[in-house]
Write a protein that binds this ligand. Structure first.
Ligand SMILES: Nc1nc2c(ncn2[C@@H]2O[C@H](COP(=O)(O)OP(=O)(O)OP(=O)(O)O)[C@@H](O)[C@H]2O)c(=O)[nH]1
Ligand SMILES: [Mg+2]
Ligand SMILES: [Zn+2]
Length: 325
């Protein structure tokens, strides 16, 4: 490592400069910004964040660079610049952080302080079990309860309903909760509301499954309409472009709407986290002949044996293989 000695005069000048800058910072700080207060991030879209103060006032905020990326659901410290804008100066401790790998596998935070993940599926667009499995692994890793929400039940008739139930009953057998809703027929919404109560929940899933429609059904129209202004119109549909947090009426919990995804990768999790994320694997882990078995084609593998005898579903195992690959 190279080091360079500064002359006494140089270091004195540097110190003076730093002192001057700090003074300048303090004065602009004091003059232009109000006192520190707490707030909740209710929307984030790139660098633009909306903070809700304790009285329900909303401020468009930027965030100090060195504090990390605040996301929906974050409790923050912030200072008002005027009656519409402010600056976020700190993110308070999080109880959970849902993330996904972004460009170049850089971790992208999605939402904070979530206690319930609602994985929304629908007969249309065609569900992808691999996507459901990935979200379940993420939920298990974060120790957050997942719920699988089958929306658009009005699109099923007597025949397709049986096939649908058969197809997703595997998740019920694993102990996951399945809810059925239709925003068109206002079906199952009371049960959903009950489930969301006292939780900070997020709706995730493919584009077009009806996440925003569910929010619109659960929230009195005033707030929903305000938020519609921020959705962009694509092909005559409102496609959600960023996450947004809503308060459900009667202290019914908070609910985050998120943009639809095509894929949800788990590049940030190691193999142990992934195998633990398949809950039916858990009782068998550690029972393979090799302690570092990755359950692909090793001899005396407890997982492969369980797939062979039908104790583990071949479809779920396929999901595991794809994720680990
Ligand atoms: N038949 C039927 N259509 C529905 C239902 N819920 C939503 N839709 C329709 O499905 C389409 C997509 O709904 P959105 O609520 O925008 O879906 P989204 O999941 O928010 O989509 P993204 O924001 O792109 O992720 C719209 O045309 C809705 O009218 C339902 O219960 N039944
Ligand atoms: Mg949407
Ligand atoms: Zn094994």
């Amino acid at each position: 490592m190279t080091s360079r000695r500064l002359t006494k005069q140089q270091s004195r000048r540097i110190k003076q400069n730093i002192g001057a800058r700090q003074k300048q910072h303090r004065t602009t700080h004091d003059k232009s910004l109000g006192p520190e207060q707490s707030g909740l991030i209710i929307s984030h879209h790139g660098k633009t964040l909306v903070v809700e103060d304790d009285q329900g006032g909303r401020y468009r905020c930027s965030s100090r660079q060195n504090i990390g990326q605040p996301v929906c659901g974050d409790h923050v410290v912030w200072q008002a610049a005027n009656d519409q804008e402010g600056v976020i100066t700190a993110i308070k401790d999080r109880i959970s952080l849902l993330v996904r790998p972004g460009f170049a596998d850089r971790i992208k935070p999605v939402a904070a302080n979530i206690t319930l993940i609602c994985i929304v599926i629908a007969p249309e667009p065609e569900p992808q079990e691999s996507l459901i499995d990935r979200y379940l692994v993420a939920a298990e890793y974060l120790n957050i309860k997942p719920v699988i929400l089958c929306n658009k039940s009005d699109l099923l008739d007597a025949k397709t309903r049986d096939a649908w139930q058969e197809r997703f009953s595997i998740y019920q057998k694993l102990g996951y909760e399945l809810l059925t809703t239709s925003t068109k027929q206002a079906h199952g919404l009371d049960q959903l509301q009950q489930r969301l109560r006292e939780n900070n929940s997020i709706l995730v899933g493919q584009s077009g499954v009806g996440k925003s429609s569910l929010i619109n059904c659960l929230i009195p129209d005033r707030e929903a309409r305000v938020n519609e202004l921020s959705s962009q119109i694509t092909k005559g549909q409102h496609t959600t472009s960023h996450s947004e947090l809503f308060h459900l009426p009667d202290r019914g919990g908070d609910l985050i709407d998120s943009p639809g995804v095509r894929d949800f990768r788990l590049g940030h999790l190691d193999r142990q986290a992934i195998e633990q994320g398949f809950i039916e694997f858990r009782p068998l882990l550690g029972r393979c002949r090799f302690s570092d078995c990755i359950h692909v084609n090793e001899p005396d593998c407890a997982i492969l044996a369980a797939v062979e005898n039908g104790q583990i579903s071949a479809r779920r195992f396929e999901s595991y293989r794809t994720i680990v690959d």
